[in-house]
Design a protein around this ligand. Structure first.
Ligand SMILES: [Zn+2]
Ligand SMILES: [Zn+2]
Length: 272
């Protein structure tokens, strides 16, 4: 990498499919690193897919992994080096057992040959809920265990000029905010909010956030960071947005969101 900043392109930020042109979680960092591989990946033509050399997978849920098998089939012949898949050991095991298992899709970690496979798994060592930092080029990534229905991470990305963070799919979490508050130049924080407040029970059950939980979570975050909301369920999008906006206006009754806040959009680009 010769640049000192990093570019983030939002390819998908929806909690589901059903809106033409929008897809599930998928962020492109510069041209070579993908964070999650949801249906947002469909926005990329082949020549851009071929430039991706790393996929960081936050967790094993289908809306975050479904692009990997089709992508590897399209790009493996263009690259002599394997595509690196960075994930928790439990996520890697789920990919091996349930996706690249020879039934749903071939085991690309063994083909075309064991010596020169199309994909290579790289374990993120977050044992005992510890964060795990690793570098790809000049960018320092830190995987932070969060609280979801399967083992799951949030991520931070630090460059020489700033930092940004992504909560992944999560319910209430302490560690994520503790770590990002200590980072210099934390500019953008992408946080999920999957359900509206009348589905608080579902948020609690599936370990996602809804607006009231989000407002409590954001009290833990330094006020200077800009917050971007992601992973809204498409059929409840308007309601969730309206409810979140109501927490941005102080009324003396509810917790008030202090940060500048926006809703993440497909095609949005950040430079950090
Ligand atoms: Zn999930
Ligand atoms: Zn999800």
């Amino acid at each position: 990498m010769s640049t000192h900043f990093s570019k983030i392109e939002v390819l998908g930020c929806s909690g589901g499919i059903g809106v033409i042109g929008e897809g599930t979680t998928c962020f492109l960092v510069d041209e070579d690193v993908l964070i999650d591989a949801g249906t947002g990946m469909l926005r990329l033509p082949l020549e851009r897919l071929e430039k991706i050399r790393h996929v960081i997978v936050t967790h094993s849920h289908l809306d975050h992994i479904c692009g990997i098998p089709l992508m590897i089939d399209s790009v493996s012949r263009a690259n002599s080096e394997p595509l690196q898949i960075h994930a928790l050991p439990e996520t890697i095991q789920a990919l091996r057992d349930h996706m690249f298992n020879g039934v749903i899709w071939p085991d690309f970690s063994r083909i075309p040959s064991i010596e020169k496979p199309a994909i290579q798994y790289v374990e993120l060592d977050c044992q005992d809920e510890q964060p795990h930092a690793f570098k790809i080029g000049e960018r320092l990534f830190t995987a932070i265990p969060v609280h979801h229905s399967v083992p799951s991470i949030g991520l931070t990305v630090e460059t020489p000029t700033g930092a940004w963070a992504f909560s992944g799919d999560t319910h209430k979490t302490e560690e994520f905010y503790k770590i990002i508050n200590l980072m210099k130049g934390m500019r953008h924080v992408l946080v999920e909010a999957a359900f509206p407040d009348h589905e608080l029970w579902l948020a609690d059950l599936s370990l996602h956030l809804c607006p009231s939980l989000l407002a409590i979570e954001l009290e833990k975050l330094i006020p200077q960071a800009e917050v971007w909301i992601t992973h809204l369920k498409p059929n409840e999008k308007a309601l969730i947005e309206k409810e979140i906006k109501s927490y941005c206006d102080p009324d003396g009754l509810k917790p008030t969101i202090q940060q500048a806040l926006g809703f993440l959009k497909t095609g949005q680009v950040f430079e950090v």
